[in-house]
Design a protein around this ligand. Structure first.
Ligand SMILES: NC(=O)c1ccc[n+]([C@@H]2O[C@H](COP(=O)([O-])OP(=O)(O)OC[C@H]3O[C@@H](n4cnc5c(N)ncnc54)[C@H](O)[C@@H]3O)[C@@H](O)[C@H]2O)c1
Length: 349
């Protein structure tokens, strides 16, 4: 079992049956497990560890569209109906939607009850379940309502990925590659040189969490250093939002992968990285992610970027890389450069 200490809690990586979950739950009277219609399949992996406690299962529908206030109301209602109080525990068993929404529900219920995250998608293991951001979407704006609060513990067991659809697994790889590019050349080299079928998931989960955790410990509330984690997300979020309103939606990691290519292009145009580095990033991403058709009207994407909550002035804010493993925050780019970056991506087909 690998253990990573976070600011106020810990992450355990390995077989959940060998983890400290069983002993931790003895501290609580009642336990609710939040699942969605797909992640409930994983309940048999954890319910034996929770016995002999009485367990309530709270099931919601799956998908990003469920990360909303109405779903929180449904969960709060069930907690109230079952007389949950401050000594009780919510376990979030699912992907990033479950851990984001469940963390928010738990930390606002009766001014806060403890919660534990058991992430089941790659994206939630390497990113969403750690770092203390919880929340929901509101008025069509992603993660607009929420709070920074850490779970009591996070338990990552890669065997839970077996049932995850392939495209969801690939989506999580977007964030894995981001961690390597931003912070660790050796990690990047492993990811770009090892065939996906041979990836050591324990290593990937541990390394990504360690890298994210180091940044979160320095800057938990995203005042400075944590902004580095937004690399690929300025353009990525705009593309994700654009496709949300179209019949062909893109998964978060798929959009971030495009964002990483475009924002690396901007770094190249601004003489921060050389052409060889840009080509290396581009070809690794395109060996894992299918090339996507972007809208030809780039101004629509730029209009979305101008609304980004990460902007601190009227200019679009970027984290840019200076080499693989090195990055810096608070850069801007002209709209012409952003259009060139989108055109560069489109030309790769
Ligand atoms: N809090 C943070 O720091 C942070 C960071 C990154 C992303 N996020 C959030 O995470 C969310 C995306 O997370 P996600 O990609 O995990 O989405 P998700 O929770 O919607 O999961 C993706 C799909 O996979 C299914 N699934 C999950 N695990 C499964 C398993 N083991 N077997 C079978 N099906 C499984 C889910 O039911 C869902 O249909 C977004 O809302 C995003 O905003 C939060």
């Amino acid at each position: 079992m690998e253990i990573i200490e976070t600011q106020n809690a810990f992450v355990e990586i390995g077989n959940i049956a060998d983890s400290s979950l069983q002993s931790i739950v003895t501290n609580y009277q009642k336990i609710a497990v939040l699942v969605d219609e797909n992640t409930k399949i994983l309940l048999p992996k954890i319910t034996p560890l929770l016995a002999p406690k009485h367990i309530s299962i709270i099931e919601i529908k799956s998908g990003e569209q469920e990360k909303k206030l109405k779903t929180c109301e449904l969960v709060w209602e069930q907690l109230i109906t079952q007389n949950f109080n401050r000594n009780d525990l919510l376990i979030n068993l699912g992907g990033g939607v479950i851990t984001d929404l469940g963390g928010f529900v738990a930390s606002t219920y009766k001014r806060g009850i403890d919660f534990i995250n058991i992430p089941t998608s790659l994206l939630s293991m390497v990113d969403a379940a750690v770092g203390g951001k919880t929340g929901i979407n509101f008025l069509n704006i992603k993660n607009n309502i929420g709070l920074f609060i850490e779970p009591k513990g996070v338990f990552c067991d890669h065997t839970m990925l077996v049932t995850l659809p392939k495209e969801e697994l690939i989506s999580g790889i977007g964030e894995v590659l981001k961690h390597g590019i931003l912070f660790d050349q050796k990690y990047w080299n492993y990811c770009s040189n090892t065939p996906l079928s041979q990836w050591d998931w324990n290593y990937i989960i541990k390394k990504s969490i360690q890298l994210k955790n180091t940044i979160v410990n320095i800057d938990p509330f995203e005042q400075n250093e944590r902004k580095k984690l937004n690399f690929g997300h300025t353009i990525g979020h705009a593309i994700e939002s654009y496709f949300m309103n179209s019949p062909s939606q893109l998964l978060h990691g798929e959009a971030v992968a495009i964002g990483i290519i475009c924002e690396s292009y901007i770094a190249h145009i601004q003489h921060k990285i050389d052409a060889i580095t840009l080509t290396e990033i581009t070809s690794t991403i395109l060996s894992i992610f299918k090339h996507q058709q972007l809208p030809t009207d780039h101004q629509q994407l730029i209009a979305i970027m101008l609304q980004d909550k990460k902007n601190e002035t009227s200019e679009i804010n970027f984290t840019l890389i200076e080499a693989i493993g090195k990055s810096s925050i608070n850069h801007t780019a002209t709209t012409d450069t952003i259009v060139d970056a989108l055109t560069y991506y489109s030309s790769l087909n």
